[in-house]
Design a protein around this ligand. Structure first.
Ligand code: PEP
Length: 252
């Protein structure tokens, strides 16, 4: 198997006030001592908490991510946040294309593509989320839906440009529902995605790209998922809100 460093990422969604986020970040930084070996850890608080949380975790092994971003460098785009603003807040990662953004905020494959491009130009690591809904799975459309999200989201990039990209397979039916895909279901899709990357971008990227699983990951199911050859980590929502449970997932 290729030498891919596993990654455990926490998506705090629209939870935690700034003081609560600071408190959770402090606890998490403590729980990350001694530093877990051979795993990359990232948390993505809401925008207002990014800078203070970044200050707290700056000496720890925990990296900072945002949950969204706009692609322009600056300008009259009320309510949006630019890549450089995230970098100056301490971010190294940005979650893009999360299904909640696609579902509630009109995010499309095209806008996600532009955002991925902007992250790569700004030395931010995109965590690019894709996944099918329950209806799509029931209608046997899982792979065609993923094909389209991958094709459009990654349109126009070279394999070299995509080197930092992290993929996150998040079946929509498993997000926040308590219904996890079985390790085998997730592995089937991860293997498919890796083959897709190989066909489109070649063997080097296919071997090195990290594909995270997301959807009701908990301390008690992480081990089974991580035992799968093509699952390189997890994007964790609900269970990342409690530092203790997130730390247990990191130390699976
Ligand atoms: C997510 O928001 O990316 C997610 C996977 O949520 P949860 O772990 O709560 O299902």
């Amino acid at each position: 198997m290729a030498d891919r460093t596993p990654m455990i990422a926490g998506n705090w969604k629209m939870y935690k006030t700034v003081p609560e986020a600071i408190e959770s970040a402090r606890k998490l930084a403590e729980l990350m001592l001694p530093e877990p070996a051979g795993v990359e850890v990232m948390i993505a608080p809401a925008f207002p908490a990014l800078y203070p949380v970044g200050q707290i975790i700056s000496e720890s092994c925990v990296r900072l991510g945002a949950q969204n971003m706009y692609w322009e460098a600056e300008g009259a785009f009320t309510g949006e946040v630019a890549p450089g603003m995230l970098v100056s807040s301490g971010c190294s990662h940005v979650i893009l294309g999360h299904s909640e953004r696609r579902q509630f905020f009109g995010e499309t494959d095209q806008t996600i593509n532009r955002k991925i491009s902007a992250t790569l130009k700004n030395n931010l690591t995109p965590v690019f989320c894709i996944g099918e809904t329950n209806d799509e799975r029931e209608q046997n459309k899982t792979f065609s839906v993923l094909d389209k999200q991958m094709e459009m989201g990654l349109l126009g990039f070279s394999a070299e440009a995509l080197d930092p990209l992290v993929l996150a397979y998040e079946p929509v039916w498993a997000i926040g529902t308590g219904k996890t895909a079985t390790s085998e279901q997730a592995q089937e899709v991860h293997a498919y995605l890796r083959q897709w990357v190989e066909k489109k971008f070649g063997n080097t990227l296919a071997k090195s790209i990290r594909i995270l699983y997301g959807g009701s990951v908990k301390p008690d199911n992480i081990r089974g998922l991580m035992a799968m050859p093509d699952i390189d980590g997890a994007l964790v929502g609900g269970a990342s809100l409690d530092p203790e449970s997130f730390a247990r997932i990191v130390r699976y």
